[in-house]
Design a protein around this ligand. Sequence first.
Ligand SMILES: Nc1ncnc2c1ncn2[C@@H]1O[C@H](COP(=O)(O)OP(=O)(O)O)[C@@H](O)[C@H]1O
Ligand SMILES: [Mg+2]
Length: 152
Amino acid sequence: MKGFYEVDSVEETWAVAAELAKELRPGDVVCLEGDLGAGKTTFTQGLAAALGVPGRVTSPTFCIVQEHDARERREGRPSLLVHMDLYRLGGEEDVEDIGWEDYLSRGAVIVVEWPQRAGSLVPASAWHVGFHMQKGEENRKITIDSGRLIRV
Ligand SMILES: Nc1ncnc2c1ncn2[C@@H]1O[C@H](COP(=O)(O)OP(=O)(O)O)[C@@H](O)[C@H]1O
Ligand SMILES: [Mg+2]
């Protein structure tokens, strides 16, 4: 999945996320890039619902990392969605300390807001989802890219 999507509601953002969720594999990293209020956490709610996470996904801004069990235990599918908001962290060392590598080796998917803080920990194969908005409007332009597609 790669491309450009224009959405006009939260529900449409969830629908784009659900499409991406189908492609996620254990150990994937999804970087969410965009301004405050652009829809990063909302998109994560859509990913979580599509992966069978029960309940509501809220912003991890104050707790940095939240783990969500994916109940849909199918072969080759991620069993854990780890939602991080690195806004308050200093850099790579802090990100390592919260168990980045550990999560990936356990087969989780890491969905990360403010991924710049993770620096070189972000693998070349990561998904990049960008959000663009005009303040006060529900319209969002969402771009999805995967490093995996440029690898041979
Ligand atoms: N199309 C849309 N997609 C996502 N969020 C939207 C959309 N239209 C309006 N919103 C609103 O914008 C806000 C996005 O907030 P949030 O997902 O927490 O952003 P971020 O995590 O990027 O700071 C929410 O209040 C949501 O209801
Ligand atoms: Mg957020």
